[in-house]
Design a protein around this ligand. Structure first.
Ligand code: HPA
Length: 272
């Protein structure tokens, strides 16, 4: 089966399960942000296993289900669970899910993740809007893609207007929203202190193991992208706290309330 075929079958099945809901915004939940799924009202919940070409997420804190419903009155499609490059060595693991959201009619994709911060003053629990990324893996989710559409323009890949609105929303609800460049490392191991020093020289403010390939896929599919990181730790070598996935999950869960408030307000004000 081709990818287009998988996407078409997913759109049909999701239309049936949701009573024809047409989402305007897609959302990908990062590590520890599962509770945000509770904000989707009247949700049709579809396990990834029922969909074609969807991943079977394998990391603690990542389940696999798509929710179709509304947040603050805006119709959304939420991906609760993502696949990472490190699970399969495939950078295109999220190709079908992202294209399915685009084919359902989403105009924008909100990506969330947990990340390590390279800035001392942006400590655990902080929220950072992503302004740009550096793909240090050297791979693309569009390897092998047919057609000239694969030569995606990545200038302003993280939509400046939507990001400005996100900052306005954060100010309005009294939340400090940092901004910075996200460097995509392959994982699943954490970085070495030398890699973090190198990433800082290159211009990174945060590091993580996801998001960048999804942004590339989304831009290829014509979706606007907004992305934010929950800082769960200072990056390797910056302090004495040993890095672990447990820490990522527990700190992300503690800060999830802030991201939740931000998303509720951001989506309440979605332009028509
Ligand atoms: N590095 C990579 N990924 C991460 C980190 C980190 O320090 N923290 C949370 N996800």
């Amino acid at each position: 089966m081709t990818i287009d075929h998988d996407v078409a079958r997913n759109v049909e099945l999701l239309g049936e399960r949701s009573g024809g809901l047409k989402p305007r915004v897609g959302i990908v939940l990062g590590s520890g942000l599962g509770p945000l799924a509770d904000d989707v009202t009247n949700a049709a919940i579809v396990p990834y296993g029922d969909l074609h070409g969807f991943p079977a997420p394998g990391v603690g804190g990542h389940v696999g289900r798509l929710l179709l419903g509304a947040i603050s009155g805006t119709p959304v499609a939420m991906l609760h669970g993502r696949a990472h490059y490190y699970e399969s060595g495939r950078a295109d693991a999220m190709k079908v899910p992202v294209r399915t959201l685009a084919a359902l009619g989403c105009e924008a994709l909100i990506l969330t993740n947990a990340a390590g911060s390279l800035r001392e003053e942006v400590g655990p629990g902080s929220v950072m809007a992503i302004s740009d990324h550096i793909a240090l893996t050297g791979v693309s989710p569009l390897f092998g893609e047919a057609g000239d559409g694969k030569f995606v323009n990545m200038v302003d890949a993280y939509d400046p207007a939507l990001r400005a609105r996100l900052h306005e929303t954060a100010s309005a609800i009294g939340l400090i929203l940092h901004e910075g460049v996200y460097a995509w490392f392959c994982g699943p191991h954490f970085e070495t202190p030398a890699e973090i020093r190198a990433a800082r020289v290159l211009g990174a403010d945060a590091v993580g193991m996801s998001t960048a390939p999804e942004c590339i896929l989304a831009r290829h599919a014509g979706l606007k992208v907004v992305a934010m990181s929950i800082v769960t730790n200072l990056a390797a070598g910056m302090d004495d706290v040993g890095l672990s996935h447990d820490q990522t999950l527990s700190v992300a869960a503690m800060a999830a309330g802030d991201v939740r408030k931000l998303l509720l307000a951001f989506l309440a004000d979605w332009p028509t």
